[in-house]
Design a protein around this ligand. Sequence first.
Ligand SMILES: [Zn+2]
Length: 446
Amino acid sequence: MTATLIRRAAYVVTMDDDRRILRDADVLLRDGQVAEIGQGLEAAAEVVNGAGCVVTPGLVNTHHHLYQTLTRAVPQAQDALLFGWLQTLYPIWARFTPDHMFTSAQIGLAELALSGCTLSSDHLYLYPNGVRLEDTIAAAQEVGLRFHPTRGAMSIGKSAGGLPPDGLVEDEAATLEDMVRVIDGFHDPEPGSMCRVGVAPCSPFSVSRELMRDAALLARDKGVMMHTHLAENDEDIAYSLAQFGCRPGQYAEDLGWVGSDVWHAHCVKLDAEDIDLFARTGTGVAHCPCSNCRLGSGIAPVRAMRDVGVPVGLGVDGSASNDAGNLVAEARQAMLLQRVANGADAMSAQEALEIATRGGADILGRPECGRLRVGSRADVAIWDVSGLEAAGSWDPAALLLAGPTTVRDLFVEGRQIVRDGQLTTIDLSQVIARQNEMAQNLSAAL
Ligand SMILES: [Zn+2]
């Protein structure tokens, strides 16, 4: 039995059903769960001093391409729109090996952990040179994050009217077979699961209608979740209208891609009818504000979505289009962007934090994460607000207005994976050196 008592935190932002924020409170973690929250708790446990700190649920990242940490800030892709950006990067990604996937995933997950994330999904849709989904699962096991990898796919290459080069697309039957293999091998549906696998054809412009449909049937047969990119920018909408004769919402509905077991990344260009469809069906959205800014895609209508009950979570998206992977900074960006679009009262700091915690957990099918209440999983972030960033703050619990962008401590399933701002699980400087060497070699071979 392992137990940790976080004692006398200045604030505990619970994100429970009443959104309680407690002062001078304790949180007891035991056997992977939150065992008690209150004041003056006593227990046989390792004690962590919470003075001068804000305690929140661990943040949840709902969209990423971890492998892209190896192609941050590529000069030729720095100023391109989505399609041009992809066409620059595809040939580089085609040279990736299992080693590249493992190391780049470690980097991405480490960055997430240090910015407060305890649960991340990943969308891996490239399988060149013997790459397999488990290359990233191994990285998550080493870093210690709760992980929802999705088996992505691309099947329509350039010669068939798609965007990716033919060398990067896979045979559809083989893809479906591999989806079954990784679900059977790695998906754990139990409460407290550290790994759940999803099914994720890359996007309407890189896979066929048949693969979208068959992947949905497979996912429902296996009881796993489904994920893809949708309605990311104007080019994406134009492609849908030209190729399928309908908007992305209609396309998704026709192929079985709506429901509470589905979440779509971006959705910047959903119209009122699409938003209504998502609300009626409980279809989730992974909002990726920095990526949308970086690629000039637009401002996702998150206010309108939440007002009618569309489930929304937050994603940093791949590090080739962000290029950072700091999840708490992403939450601040989400708040700011809704204010740009809708005014200063459009989204509070607490609402943006809610999207980044319980919002994300809910769209990943993990209502036992993303909030702190008795019985929830012991995924906890501790933010030191006694330093520079929050000096002079009248409301330290409003972390996204004035607070640190890295955690002091982080617990996943009750296990401490960040202590005093350092990962306890991997030697980060070694991984960084390895990643930089790989990036240099990739760039030299261009
Ligand atoms: Zn993406």
